[in-house]
Design a binder for this molecule. Structure first.
Ligand code: TXE
Length: 499
């Protein structure tokens, strides 16, 4: 352990969590529990309940009842907004606790966790406004005797399955929008990062959310997650995770034709043209590669760079990579923390070994940084990468960047789109025409121009191609959780069919 670790921050014993259904905590009782070790320190930090399928059934029944009696959907948008605003204040009031829990379970830097928790509070505030703004449509152009209405109604009970890379922030990109729409929720966080989702349940209850509207069950994906996607009592599932499991969720949801929102993997291009501000672009590319130790669905893991500047840009990147502060996530100066699990660590190192074996040139990094405790990987840069190599095609989900040079604008777009994924893309150039033309042609749900991994809750997020379907956040993110109903109203006496 790094000597800078504030020792008081590491718990003497793991914090025990039950699960949260119908407005109160349920103790684990005779259920199995799992202890989570901090991935940076190998110290037990939380103890999480393995819920049973009966627990899931109970949570779904509770959420169905809460939806059916309209205790939440029947409120005015203004009343729902008031609860969401109190929840935002509740998050801010527990900032230290939430940030520390998030860092202890994920291994991400504490400064980053604080930013994500504060950002999450701001999303609840935005969604409060959306709860009041949600509305339908009228058709007053159907002739004097007809009025048409389009109403939006909450879809029902939403099953929410979230991953481990941004447990609290990804939750915030969904929960307040689902609640703004008037739905009820059964959430299942990743089995390795459940704590902050459970605390959020308590914050929402304290903010005045009626019992049964937000419920959390914990447990494994293959068990509880799979059962959620199959469950006939759930009307929609929002799933964020790997493309492989997303495909499984799609098949499992066919039973009751439940609606699916999917935010899946990415192999996102960073297109750098020769006329870009290269220092800015290099900083953005390094950030896009290494933020959250590369465990980021929108991370820019493929550098598509104009050949005329490729060699100089490579040197600039290597120099910046060498200055990133990797280490103890409890040190406020740390920029890149630990890798989430041993399995993820092995998977990243396996990709690096595959790149070396395949003949790619390692510019820098490439090694595990094995201290006495925890799992860390050096920011890694590969050049001379074949477009068909696994490191250029598969989502590595670690701090690994592959360089793919291009000669023409058309080739840049062609390489950028040469992937099954379409989650995000970044474009770096000072030429406005080039930037906008590339933006139009690139197949991605999110495009950044002269920036990367930035934004706020106003704009929607989601993927093209095998990166998913549906959109979260923004007013789109509320509408996603509604059904649309068309209403024709006859004014005056009906023209009779029976003469
Ligand atoms: O993800 P999973 P894992 C990618 C990334 C990473 C790989 C594996 O490439 O290396 O996925 O990570 C739940 N039915 N991403 O194994 O398995 C699980 O409990 C229903 C990208 O952790 O997809 C967790 O809550 N649910 C991604 C969530 O799904 C199931 C973020 C994600 O787990 C389930 C995370 C099942 N059969 C990983 N199996 C991104 N794009 O943000 C598991 N789960």
């Amino acid at each position: 352990m790094d000597k800078k670790t504030p020792l008081h921050a590491l718990p003497a014993s793991p914090r025990d969590f039950g699960f949260f259904v119908d407005g109160h905590w349920i103790e684990p009782g005779s259920r199995a529990t799992v202890v989570r070790l901090s991935p940076a320190h190998d110290v037990p930090v939380t103890c999480i309940t393995r819920c049973t399928k009966d627990d899931l059934d109970h949570a779904v029944t509770v959420a169905r009842e809460a939806f059916a009696d309209r205790r939440w959907s029947g409120l005015a948008g203004a009343d729902r907004a008031a609860v969401l605003l109190k929840a935002a204040a509740g998050i801010r009031g527990r900032l230290d606790e939430l940030s520390l829990l998030e860092t202890l379970e994920t291994g991400k830097p504490i400064s980053q966790s604080r930013g994500e928790v504060e950002g999450a509070a701001a999303i609840y505030e935005y969604a409060a406004g959306a709860a009041r703004a949600l509305h339908g449509d009228t058709f007053n152009n159907l002739g004097d005797r007809v009025l048409g209405l389009v109403t939006r109604e909450p879809i029902g009970v939403v099953g929410l399955i979230t991953p481990w890379n941004f447990p609290f922030f990804i939750l915030a990109e969904r929960v307040p929008f689902i609640l703004a729409a008037g739905c009820t929720i059964v959430a299942k966080p990743s089995e390795v990062t459940s704590a902050t989702t459970l605390v959020m349940a308590e914050i929402l209850a304290n903010a005045g959310l009626p019992d049964g509207v937000f419920n959390v069950v914990t447990g494994s994906g293959s068990d509880i997650g799979q059962a959620m996607t199959e469950h006939a009592g759930i009307d929609m599932v929002s799933f964020t995770g790997s493309t492989e499991v997303g495909r499984r969720a799609l098949l499992a949801s066919a039973g009751n034709f439940k609606k699916l929102g999917l935010e899946l993997g990415g192999k996102n291009p960073q297109i750098v043209f020769a006329d870009a501000d290269l220092d800015d672009a290099a900083d953005g590319v390094v950030f896009g590669t290494c933020f959250n130790a590369g465990q980021c669905c929108v991370g820019g893991s493929r550098l598509v760079v104009e050949r005329s500047i490729a060699a100089d840009f490579e040197k600039l990147l290597a120099e910046k990579f060498s200055r990133i502060r990797v280490g103890d996530p409890l040190d406020p100066e740390t920029q890149v923390g630990a890798i989430i699990t041993s399995a993820q660590n092995d998977s990243i190192l396996g990709h690096i070994a595959g790149g070396l074996k395949g003949g790619a040139r390692l510019v820098c990094g490439g090694e595990a940084m094995n201290g006495k405790v925890g799992r860390f990987i050096q920011p890694t840069l590969f050049a001379d990468v074949g477009r068909d190599m696994a490191i250029a095609r598969e989502e590595i989900f670690g701090p690994v960047l592959t360089i793919l040079p291009f000669d023409t604008f058309e080739e840049a777009v062609e390489i950028a789109n040469d992937t099954i994924y379409g989650l995000a893309a970044s474009i770096w150039t000072k030429n406005l025409d080039k930037a906008l033309q590339a933006m139009r042609l690139v197949q991605a749900g999110r495009v950044w121009i002269n920036t990367t991994i930035s934004g706020g809750p106003e704009l929607p997020i989601g993927g093209f191609k095998q990166s998913g379907s549906g959109r979260e956040t923004g007013i789109y993110g509320v509408e996603e959780y509604t059904e649309v109903k068309s209403v024709h109203i006859t004014l005056g006496k009906r023209d009779h069919w029976v003469s």
